[in-house]
Structures are given as C-alpha cells and as structure tokens.
Design a protein around this ligand. Sequence first.
Ligand SMILES: C[S@@+](CC[C@H](N)C(=O)[O-])C[C@H]1O[C@@H](n2cnc3c(N)ncnc32)[C@H](O)[C@@H]1O
Length: 213
Amino acid sequence: MHNLLSEAVNTYCENHSTPESEILHKINRQTHLQTELPIMLSGHLQGRILSMISHMIQPHFILEIGTFTGYSAICLAEGLPENGQLITIDINEEWKDRCEDFFQASGLANKIKMIVGNAVDIIPKLSHEFDLVFIDADKTNYELYYDLVIEKLKPNGFILADNVLFHGDVLEPKTAGKNAKAMISFNQKMMRDDRIECVLLPVRDGIMLCRKK
Ligand SMILES: C[S@@+](CC[C@H](N)C(=O)[O-])C[C@H]1O[C@@H](n2cnc3c(N)ncnc32)[C@H](O)[C@@H]1O
C-alpha cells in the first residue's frame, strides 16, 4: 500500500477537494481495470495537488519523467498558459496511443508532447529550460534524473519527486529494499545540495518539492 494516509483520512481529503474531471475519472477507472499496477497512478488527491502547484507556479515549460497512463501529465498541464508545453517521457510504448486519446479528450493535447524512450537518453537531448519537473519513473535513477535536470531548470524553478517515502520504508534503512534505499539516498542528496531548498510533503507516498535558488 503506497498511501501513507489512512483510507478514511484520504477519502475525507478527496471529498473536500475539487472532484476529478470526467476525463481524469475515466483514466483513473481504466487504469484500475486494465493495468497490473494501477497504484502507479497519481490519483484524485495527488492529481489535484499537482494541478494546484502547477497553477501556482504558472510554468511555461514542464518536464515529466514517467507518463504511465497520462493522468499526472494532464493534471500538471492544467496550469500551463496557452503557449505552454509539457514534455512527458515513458520507456513503455504500450499506453502511448491511449495517452494520446486521453490528451485529446482533455482538451490539452496541443500542450502535451509524449516521447517514448529511456529518459536517461532523452533528457540530455532536450534543449528546453524548464520551470517545473516531475520525477516519477524508476526509483534507482532518481539521482541521475536530478543531475540531468537541475542544469535545465530555470532559477526559481521547481522539481517534484514522487514516492520519496516509499511506503514508509525509508524509515528503516537496514531492511529497506533497493527502491527504498534509492529514495533514502535521493532524499539525503537533496539535503546536501545547496543549489536548492526543499520540503518533503507527506502526501500519498511522499513528494519531495525542491526550489532552485
Ligand atoms: C509511477 S509510473 C508514472 C505515473 C504517472 N506519473 C502518474 O502519476 O499517473 C512510472 C512510469 O515510469 C516509466 N519508466 C520506468 N523507467 C523509465 C525510464 N528509464 N525512462 C522513462 N520512463 C520510465 C514506467 O514505464 C512507468 O509508466
């Protein structure tokens, strides 16, 4: 179970947050019905938080690492201006066509570009400077993703990294598996890097929010 909030608290929070749009509700449902790991999807509460943060930052360029079924891409793109763009990368092409359909149905397709491939190879080829980066792919590469994106992040730009509490396993370094160990190391790296300031939000599975100074 990735959600560190009790089911009751999570439901109360969802019931007192703006509901999912029709398309996000549909993606959420289809993801639960048709994928093996629906837990990977951000979901209602985290999705509204991503959307709210994006609206607050007012980004022009967003990078997302880890598209999955496109849910968080749509939430983040909600905060883009008319000429803004979100690039989202996923190594798995299985959901690409359906993601494109979802992006069309969301009315945000003109702002979202999905690239299929290994983010480790793709990020160095991107020439953009980003206002906001969402890291939500393979945990063991989080530190590498951070190193790849920090130079492409504008001053006062933000990085969000998901799953940094890893079910709470980060509290038990001795018994932590390789993904939780990767999150422990990533969280420590964030604390050491004086180019940024950060706050770890205890939302769902833990979101690290960093601001480049
Ligand atoms: C947790 S899911 C993303 C969930 C999505 N951001 C959301 O909130 O709905 C992680 C995704 O990262 C992708 N992924 C894993 N390794 C990757 C890599 N090296 N490059 C790009 N994508 C990768 C997986 O295929 C998977 O779809």
